[in-house]
Design a protein around this ligand. Structure first.
Ligand SMILES: [Zn+2]
Length: 75
């Protein structure tokens, strides 16, 4: 996966990289699933944000990181 310095932003949103607020990986603007075993999701509760938001566009997830639009890379 990408290093911090290679995070890619698009229109003020993370496009490829790690969202530190939600603690999820983002690939092509979409949240990646976490890969945790089902045993970590007791009673059907999501084990983490990556599971909760998997497959959603990061731009539509509440609480996702935002960046100045002129930024193309994380500082
Ligand atoms: Zn998880």
């Amino acid at each position: 996966m990408t290093r911090l310095s290679s995070d890619e932003l698009h229109l003020g949103r993370l496009f490829n990289g790690f969202d530190y607020k939600l603690q999820v990986w983002v690939v092509n603007g979409v949240v990646r699933g976490c890969g945790h075993p089902a045993s970590m999701r007791l009673c059907g509760a999501p084990c983490c944000n990556a599971y909760r938001y998997a497959g959603q566009r990061i731009a539509e997830v509440p609480g996702a990181e935002r960046f100045p639009q002129q930024m193309t890379r994380r500082a």
